[in-house]
Each structure stands twice: as C-alpha cells, then as structure tokens.
Ligand binder design. Sequence first.
Ligand code: ZN
Length: 292
Amino acid sequence: MFAGTNGTPSSSVAADFARNVGGPQRAGVGENFVKFALGKTTVVGLRDGYVDMPPTRLRKPDGQPFRGDLPPSIPLVDGKFRLSVNAFLIIDGESHILIDTGAADSWEPTLGRLLRSMQEAGVAPSLVDTVAITHTHEDHVNGLVAADGSNAFPKLKRLFIPSQAIPLFDKIDRLARFRNVRVAIGEGFKIGPSSTAVSALGHELGHMAYEVKGGGSTLLVWGDTVHVPAAQFERPELTWEFDADQDKARASRLRLLRRSNKPGHFIAGAHLDFPGVGYVTRQGDGYRFTPV
Ligand SMILES: [Zn+2]
C-alpha cells in the first residue's frame, strides 16, 4: 500500500526520460536556493526552513488520524513528519513575483530563512515588486514582515490575494500595513506576463495555485496541495488535519494531479522536499513524484 519510492520499474525509465524533457532546467544551485530556467523565465526555489508535525495530522479516508498504524515506509524524524517550507520567485522580464513568503519570526525557529536564501541566490529583496499568496496561513504570508519589523520587500507594489481569502487576510494585525497594496484576484487572473491563477480550493478559503508557462512547458506552483509527499502522492485520498474543507482539498489534489500527469507539465510545492520542483507519473492507484 505504501511501497517505497526508490524502486523504479525499468519499463518506466524511457517514459521518465520523455517526461523530463523541456521542463525546468537547473541553472544555479546553493544550499538554500535552486534556480530553474523555464524558457526565458527564471523560477527560484527558496528555502524558508522546515517544520516538524505529528503523524496524527495525516487523515485516513474515514477522517480518522493514524495512531500507531502509520506504514513504516513513511520517514519520521523523532516521531514526526519533517515538512519543508518553500517559496518560489518568478523572474519574468523586469518583474519579480514572489509566490508565498515564509513565516519570518512568527512560528518555529526552524523557519524564517527566506530573505537570507534570496540573498544567497543573488536576488535583492528590494527587487520584489509583486507578491502572490496561495493562502493566508502563517508560513505563507507572515514573511511579508521581516523579523526586525521592517517590510521584507520594501519596493512591493502589488500583493495578490485570492478574493475568498481577503476576510482572513484582513484579520491578521501583523499585515495591516499592506491593505493599501492588496488586490483581490480570482481564477484566470494574470499575476505576471507568463503566470496565471488556478483555483485549488480546499486547504484554506480561496487556496490558489499559480501556473507559470515558459519554453513550451508549464510549472504549476500549487501551494499546499500535498503536505506529506511520502504519503499523499501514492495515496492522494489522504488528507491533512489543517485542510479547512477535507473533501474539497482531496478533490483539488486529485484534479491537479490528473492535470499535471502530462508531458510538459511540472509542479512546485510549498511543502515538498526542498526545492520541491518535479513531475508526477501514475503509479498503481496513485502517483509518483520525481524531483527535477
Ligand atoms: Zn503551508
């Protein structure tokens, strides 16, 4: 049921090779960033850090948590899932669009590295003119304010927020200063020359993915569509305790996996193992994720 992801049937090697052609190409790597070329667009995977979560947050199809019955192939660190927290910068001509912002100092001390990761990648935070968020959870929005209380992106002109998420955003006192630059968006809205909003409802009100096109390929930056990559690709019916609407989250995950299981389609996930960029193929009743 939870076969390890290491065994690759030889029959799929040729298919994997074909799937890997033309997608994001690694163009620069550091400890905390990976730059990918997607045609003329650059996508930078940035590490904010990680957070450890108890396995009981993963829910079986009947809605019950796993309690001592988690398959042993799922890797745990001190009895917990270690979830990477990633953000993605899209450099598209002159525009620098950051999708999600990390947590800064607002949550675990293992988070809050984003601004340093960006500097390591050679990108000054003052170049970021646009931020688009997938949803309003703290590890995705609170990094708009740096740990010292300053604006993390001092030249920010536009903050794109899914329209359904606006009431949640407006309750976050820490972010009140950004209400004058926030723009409500819906599915199909273009956040940049080659990037478009794609609805991914379920994890939180308005949860949004962003599709980046370049070089004949598509990269879907899908936020929190998968939280536990070692479990939810193989069994996409499993949900996460913090999915506000578990059924909608499951349906969105299945829909986006189907949509991504095509030549030229790639995904980038906020909680996939850093940098979280790769492609999916069918495996058994579920899917397999292969990092680029
Ligand atoms: Zn998250």
